[in-house]
Design a protein around this ligand. Structure first.
Ligand SMILES: [Zn+2]
Ligand SMILES: [Zn+2]
Length: 139
């Protein structure tokens, strides 16, 4: 005879009795309301808006932080992932926990450093151009 794994209640439906594992509706509700009761579910929080969702532990890729959109937040557009210290990069990962994305601060590889140097060169060139335009505007 199958019974609820949490409270031992025996399901009424014959169909449910054929299952290997059974958790009654009341216990599922209690587990969702209090995730600490269910060690399989982990609460993932968006760093930008604080929204949370329950994700199965097995489906989570561990990251330093999570956001509801890739590297940003849908509800809090001002949110930015942390700026990593020199020599580190903030790697963005898609769908690491259900629909949430994650970010990981890791040591920059040689390719990363080259990419950063390229981005800086482009940015610096942009600033020079901008400064020139400003100068022309004033004169
Ligand atoms: Zn139960
Ligand atoms: Zn968010």
């Amino acid at each position: 005879m199958i019974a609820c794994r949490s409270c031992g209640k025996i399901p009424k439906s014959r169909r449910l009795r054929g299952r290997k594992h059974y958790t009654c509706g009341a216990c599922i509700k209690a587990a969702l309301a209090n995730p600490s009761l269910n060690s399989n579910l982990v609460e993932i929080r968006c760093d930008g808006c604080g929204r949370t969702q329950q994700v199965r532990r097995a489906r989570i890729i561990p990251c330093d932080g999570y956001t509801c959109s890739l590297g940003s937040c849908r509800l809090n557009p001002d949110f930015r992932t942390p700026t990593p210290p020199e020599g580190f990069v903030c790697a963005l990962e898609l769908n690491v926990a259900g629909g949430f994305s994650g970010y990981r601060v890791r040591l920059a590889t040689l390719e990363d450093r080259q990419a950063i140097a390229r981005a800086r060169a482009i940015r610096d060139a942009g600033i020079v151009l901008w400064a020139q335009e400003q100068g022309e505007g004033r004169s």
